[in-house]
Design a binder for this molecule. Structure first.
Ligand code: PRP
Ligand code: ADE
Length: 230
């Protein structure tokens, strides 16, 4: 958002240019020299407000790009389909960017992604923040020695596995998935990481289904989500 989106700055620009024709300072710098401090404070608040509105707009676009399919894969489930989000590069990029903004300066060394849809969001986040990506896979997919955790789902039971040696006790990890429903999957992921001594800083999902109260299963581990699903 340029400073000149704010009308009072736009109005100030013309007289300043004529007052200081020989000054070769960039216009924003020129304005900051002339503006009273109260105006600067106002400008700071406006910039924060614009950033917050911009963030809300990006989140609304992400939410509207997710398709909801009733009764899939079984009656009564409102399936949150993120494949339509992936078809929209702006919304997909914004989703990744919002996670990157949150974790960039938190010394995260591991991004653990849950199969299958955590494999879509996890790797670009890991690359952007300079962390390793660790896949948490469904049973019998990983070729090396594994540890595993079983869990219950909204529609069935499952198990996830992690390679022994992929995560060290010194690692600071986040767990990424597309969605939290009952929370069983993320709880199993957290348990895997904690069993090898890593610190789990937070779990992060694009979508939360708040009615299923999944975040309560995570205990003390914070959960960060972008949107609520129906
Ligand atoms: O909070 P929970 O109740 O544990 O459910 C959330 C999990 O369910 C979905 O995956 P699913 O198990 O359907 O596997 P898939 O991604 O391989 O389709 C989703 O991607 C999460 O991983
Ligand atoms: N309602 C839902 N939509 C998409 N994935 C899910 N995983 C568990 N519940 C789900």
């Amino acid at each position: 958002m340029s400073s000149f989106s704010f009308p009072f700055l736009r109005n100030l620009a013309l007289p300043l240019r004529s007052l200081s024709p020989r000054l070769s300072l960039p216009l924003p710098r020129l304005i900051s020299l002339y503006l009273p401090s109260s105006r600067l404070r106002f400008h700071g608040v406006s910039t924060r407000l614009m950033a917050s509105l911009e963030r809300k707009h990006r989140i609304a676009e992400i939410a509207s790009s997710i398709r909801v399919i009733p009764d899939f894969p079984k009656p009564g489930v409102m399936f949150q389909d993120i494949t339509t989000l992936l078809l929209d590069p702006k919304a997909f990029g914004d989703a990744v960017e919002l996670f990157v903004e949150r974790y960039r300066d938190q010394r995260i060394s591991v991004v653990a992604g849950v199969e299958a849809r955590g494999f879509i969001f996890g790797p670009p986040i890991a690359l952007a923040i300079g962390a390793k990506f660790v896949p948490l896979r469904k049973p019998k997919k990983l070729p090396g020695e594994v540890i595993s955790e079983e869990y219950l789902l909204e529609y069935g039971a499952d198990k996830i596995e992690m390679h022994v040696g992929a995560v060290q006790p010194t690692d600071r990890a986040i767990v990424i998935d597309d969605l939290i429903a009952t929370g069983g999957t993320l709880r199993a992921a957290v348990k895997l990481l904690e069993r090898v001594g890593a610190e789990v800083v937070e779990c992060a999902c694009v979508i939360e289904l708040p009615e299923l109260k999944g975040r309560e299963k995570l205990g003390d581990i914070p959960l960060f989500v972008l949107v609520n699903g129906a």
